[in-house]
Design a protein around this ligand. Sequence first.
Ligand code: G6P
Ligand code: MG
Length: 214
Amino acid sequence: MIKAAIFDLDGVIIDTAHYHYIAWKRLASEFNINLTIEHNELLKGVSRIRSLEIILELGNIHLSEEDKEKYANKKNAWFVEYIESIRPEEIFSGVKELIQNMRDQGIKVALASSSKNAPRVIELLKISELFDTMVDGTMITHSKPHPEIFLLAASRLVVSPAECVVFEDAEAGVEAALAAGMKCVGVGSPGQLGKANKVIAKTGDFRISELSAM
Ligand code: G6P
Ligand code: MG
């Protein structure tokens, strides 16, 4: 029986995945790498430094750890600049209502994002009160596809992994949820997220009544 829902942030609650993409694309162009939307799927859900490494591998470019740090910071400065214009209305339609309905029915709700910027995004959206707990990239050692972040969220909600359903737009996130022993709803295309227990086009499309069949 599902007792808790765990939501990823970027691409599930708001389209910040797009801001990550344009910031990485801008950085990649400095290395003469044309980062495509297909490449970008590999970056979703994984940590900042791992994302940079994936991009560098595309261009067969080798950097020192110090330089990697420098370029990761450069991308982050752009991302931070882009997100400052976020307004509360940018939350995906139906998401607030879905989470509120879940909580009204006694389902606990957590946010679990690999992003170290998640607290700022939540603050800008003014939705911190929607969650019983929030875990982000500053609290974990291993980013998705490792299950650590979801297991941490479940332990903070005091539920077992089998009682959790995760909402994820990233392939790495779906893998992490399944590796944690949780159910997973993929948000996006079935081609990309086929391993999830169910795939929906938009988070707001999910109906609470579907939980009993998970
Ligand atoms: C999320 C996003 C990734 C991003 C990662 C780290 O998982 O899906 O695209 O790289 O967070 O984000 P950060 O804000 O810490 O660089
Ligand atoms: Mg995401």
